[in-house]
Structures are given as C-alpha cells and as structure tokens.
Design a protein around this ligand. Structure first.
Ligand SMILES: [Zn+2]
Length: 127
C-alpha cells in the first residue's frame, strides 16, 4: 500500500495489490472520513497505462485519488472547491498546466510501493 501524508498526518491510503498470475497492479483508495465506495473490489486500468496517484494540496487539506495514467493522456480533476481542471500528463508524468494553488502532483504507484507520499502544503512550499 501507499500512504499519502499531509505534513506527517496520514491523509489516505491506496491499497495496492499485484496479481500473482498476470503481475498487474490493482489499486483501491481509502480516505479517512469518507464512506466506502459502493462498488466492491479493485478497479482495473488499460494495459498500456500505469497506476498513478493524483494529489491535490491546499493549505487546509490534501485530497487524492488513484487512476490510470500514461504520458500524453489528459485527466479531468475537480478540486474540493468545485473548480475543474484538465491536466496533460508529460513524458516524465508531470502535470501541465501548473495551476499554482491548489498544488497538484502525480505519483506513480510503482515508485512508492509500501512507502509514503508527502503531499502536505508545507512540504511543497517550505524550501
Ligand atoms: Zn485539485
């Protein structure tokens, strides 16, 4: 699993499960304070995509969700405040355009297996 931290507070967990037969990854988001999704089990993504975690960080909170990503793909995202964005995924899995606030980042699940993603506002803004 992958932990998403907000300045050292655990904000959410993505359960990652690898199929022993096909070696594919499956992800399931678990956010604190949100009811469980009605659908049971793990979502799957197309063969040519990788699992990514999109984090949306404001000074007040961090939200995140897992999704299938690949370079060149466009992803829609709605911030907690209701503002909608469309991001293009770059060759290095960066997001463009950079909208400033809130801060959006994309992480590859395979790079963060069994570790933490620090997505806190102060982590991003303190230099
Ligand atoms: Zn956002």
């Amino acid at each position: 699993m992958v932990n998403i931290n907000r300045d050292n507070y655990l904000q959410g967990v993505v359960d990652v499960w690898r199929c022993r037969k096909c070696k594919r990854l499956y992800c399931d988001d678990k956010r604190y304070g949100e009811p469980l999704k009605p659908e049971v089990g793990f979502a799957s993504i197309p063969d040519d995509e990788k699992w990514g975690i999109l984090t949306c960080t404001s000074a007040k909170e961090v939200s995140m969700n897992s999704l299938g990503v690949k370079p060149g793909k466009k992803i829609q995202h709605t911030c907690k405040g209701g503002v909608e964005y469309e991001f293009a995924i770059g060759p290095d899995y960066s997001l463009s355009p950079d909208v400033g606030q809130p801060i959006h980042r994309l992480y590859l699940v395979e790079d963060h297996m069994n570790s933490n993603i620090e997505a806190g506002y102060y982590k991003f803004t303190m230099r």
